[in-house]
Design a protein around this ligand. Structure first.
Ligand code: ADP
Length: 370
């Protein structure tokens, strides 16, 4: 009898043990699954995450951290910066930004802080981010603001100085001096005005807002040539339309495209001698229309050809100033062309002349029509 009850007890102990084992197995499987899910979530993060325990041994390095830090086998700097940041991070939140010279050059931001729970320290966590693009844009913005201030300071400084002198001149006794100074004030004010107009144009065009309408290509060409002819004085005789113009139409912002062409034509005149021709033409292929402005002017050195489309870049600053240039014209042209899904290119020979071409896709009209 006794043996029987002992046996029953043993059996029920065994059953209990089995059920506890099953529960542990289930919890262990749940825990493993949760860990895997966490690992996958960390890997999906667009941030690099590295975790070390209190002994400093690494317990987690997600995919982005591996990509940013390990991929640079030759760049021990990133790995060292990460180790230093993690070490400093044991004491409290810390961070640094490092430049990797590459190639490709990169800027990484590293931040670390202690990992704690109610029970105490769990180690340190570091976050690694590729901030190359953000830093590049910040630098572009800073340069732009510095350039605008510099460009405005010159005419405004001149106006202030001239106005001071003007105040001390007696218009009745020194009319020539008075008029000369007054004209120079007006000239500098014009210059500041041009710059502000170009800046406003550029910011509007960079906004990408287009008022599209179906326009014959020939109207774009004749419209811009007429606009320049009206203000070009004697030089208007050098300006002509070259060859037959296509009969096609484009769905574009006509004001912007004409403005871009006017910019190119005015440049062609500024950077060539009076008496040399400036020719405007248009060509058509099945998928694009090219608007072409050609001059026989000073040309552009190869090293400057890519850079002339940057805001405020000039090959010869003094010449650009002397002709009233703001250094923004070609940046505006490029923005206009790109907003229309096209581009602007230049072909040039020093001392022989330049050809600027605005390429516009014909298909653009279909894309926007819907
Ligand atoms: P700018 O107001 O100085 O003319 P742009 O942005 O229109 O500014 O042009 C940038 C620079 O490109 C000019 O300063 C000039 O050096 C060069 N450039 C532009 N067009 C021509 C051209 N047709 N021939 C020679 N150089 C040119």
């Amino acid at each position: 009898m006794r043996r029987r009850s002992e046996l029953e007890n043993a059996r029920s102990d065994l059953d209990r043990a089995k059920s506890e084992r099953d529960q542990y197995r289930e919890s262990a499987a749940d825990a493993m699954e949760a860990l895997e899910r966490l690992g996958a979530a960390f890997d999906a993060l667009p941030l690099g995450v590295v975790i070390v325990d209190t002994d400093g041994s690494e317990t987690l390095r997600n995919r982005e951290a591996a990509r940013l830090v390990d991929a640079r086998g030759t760049d021990a700097l990133a790995a060292r910066a990460l180790a230093d940041t993690l070490l400093e991070g044991t004491a409290g939140p810390t961070g640094r930004v490092i430049e990797l010279h590459g190639p490709p050059a990169r800027t990484l931001s590293l931040a670390a802080s202690p990992l704690t729970s109610g029970a105490g320290s769990l180690g340190t966590v570091a976050v690694v981010q590729d901030v190359t693009e953000r830093y590049r844009l910040d630098a572009v913005r800073r340069d732009f603001v510095a350039n605008v201030s510099h460009e405005l300071r010159t005419p405004i400084g001149a106006i202030v100085a001239l106005a001071d002198t003007l105040a001390s001149v007696n218009a009745a006794t020194e009319p020539d001096v008075y008029n000369r100074l007054a004209n120079r004030v007006a000239h500098e004010a014009d210059r500041a005005g041009h710059l502000i107009d170009d800046l406003l144009d550029l910011s509007r065009i960079e906004g990408g807002d287009l008022q599209r309408e179906e326009v014959p290509v020939r109207h774009l060409i004749t419209g811009s040539v007429d606009r320049v002819t009206a203000s070009a004085g004697a030089r208007s005789e050098d300006l002509s339309i070259d060859g037959d113009l296509p009969n096609s139409t484009l769905l574009v912002d006509a004001t912007q495209i004409e403005g871009a062409l006017v910019n190119l034509i005015e440049n062609a005149m500024k950077y060539s001698e009076p008496g040399t021709p400036v020719l405007v033409s248009a060509q058509e292929t099945p998928d694009r229309v090219q608007l072409i402005v050609r001059d026989r002017g000073i040309g552009i050195p190869p090293a400057d050809r890519d850079r002339i489309f940057e805001r405020f870049y000039r090959v010869d600053r003094a010449r650009s100033r002397a002709t009233g240039g703001t250094g923004l014209g070609l940046a505006i042209v490029r923005n206009v062309a790109r907003n229309h899904g096209g581009d602007v290119t230049v072909d040039s020979r020093e001392g022989e002349g330049s050809t600027f071409v605005i390429h516009l896709p014909v298909g653009a009209s279909d894309q926007i029509a819907e």
